[in-house]
Design a protein around this ligand. Structure first.
Ligand code: SF4
Length: 315
């Protein structure tokens, strides 16, 4: 653990930088509802801000409160998820909206314990919503915060591969005592990790804590492991994503044979028609067993359902 004076410096410098440099994001505005914060936290978990913004705005326009989403079939949530990736998150949000409508009078719970009881809400999301929507003092730990702690305080290039108790303890020790200060600290450290202390190429020259940074002071030691890249081309995830795009664009069930085998030779992949996503799916030239596996996965995850007429989003 760092000395008290270093921690004091971090507590002063990082929130001050946040005041100058924070992005103007709609879920950070005071008028944003707790529901808006919850939706943003789930969307942002594996998707960058620029891709989340238009989808988040459309979701909140269409479903301004949990009860509005709860009244729709889950397939509508999946359709509106668009291309954010990892679409099981849409099903989890839909299930959470139904639980909020049924068990909490339509209001997002205002404490971590009750948030954790919502379907699909884990430790990170519960802490983040309690902090950012309700102003509670919570230890929020996401990948950006972990990276800043690892570098600035622990002097390591990267945090451990998975969250350790030592990291949680450090995050708790670093959290300012005051409620408002703790909320701002969480948001500011997260933003520093997103904008300056990035995974691949930290912009130390622009960093407000360059003079305090333990990793820089240690001579920027190499990481003790090589982070895995997120391969995409040729993966089952890519095929599943392309298959979901077909189902989202379709106005009715897509026959299984058409989904798995085509033919779509006459359709241009960039044409603006219902069949274009099908052309893109088959343009991947995935082996038949990979196509079958992708479809079986979507059905098992309830992201799609099979009817006599074909495959469609869940009703
Ligand atoms: S000085 Fe560089 S490594 Fe240290 S916290 Fe700032 S951006 Fe990260």
């Amino acid at each position: 653990m760092e000395t008290g004076s270093t921690v004091q410096q971090l507590h002063r410098l990082i929130p001050a930088w946040f005041g100058r440099a924070a992005r103007d994001l709609p879920w950070r505005k005071p008028e944003c509802t707790a529901w808006g914060v919850l939706v943003s936290e789930v969307m942002l978990q594996q998707t960058p801000v620029v891709r989340v913004l238009p989808v988040w705005e459309e979701w909140l326009r269409r479903w301004p409160a949990p009860a509005d989403l709860a009244a729709e079939p889950s397939g509508e949530a999946v359709r509106a998820w668009g291309r954010l990736g990892y679409p099981r998150r849409a099903l989890r949000l839909h299930a959470a909206a139904r639980a909020i409508a049924a068990d909490h009078g339509g209001s997002v719970p205002d404490n971590r314990e009750q948030l954790l009881e919502l379907p699909g809400v884990g430790e990170y999301t519960a802490a983040a919503v309690a902090a950012f929507a309700w102003g509670r003092r919570e230890t929020v730990v996401d990948t950006n915060i972990r990276r800043v702690h690892a570098r600035a305080v622990s002097g390591r290039a990267l945090p451990a591969r998975s969250l350790t108790t030592a990291e949680m303890r450090l995050a708790e020790e670093l959290l300012p005592a005051g409620r408002a200060e703790s909320v701002r600290w969480n948001a500011a450290v997260m933003e520093l990790g997103a904008l300056i202390c990035t995974a691949r190429s930290p912009r130390c020259d622009e960093c407000p804590v360059l003079a305090e940074c333990a990793w820089v002071a240690a001579g920027r030691p190499e990481p003790d492991y090589v982070p895995r890249g997120q391969a995409w081309a040729g993966t089952d995830r890519q095929v599943r994503g392309a298959m979901m795009a077909v189902l989202r664009a379709a106005s009715g069930p897509v026959p299984r044979g058409l989904l798995l085998q085509g033919p779509v030779d006459l359709v241009e992949p960039d044409a603006d028609t219902e069949l274009a996503p099908l052309a893109r799916l088959h343009g991947l030239q995935a082996p038949a067993e990979q196509m079958e596996r992708a479809l079986a996965g979507l059905l098992a995850d309830r992201l799609a359902e099979e009817q006599p007429a074909g495959i469609r989003l869940p009703g």
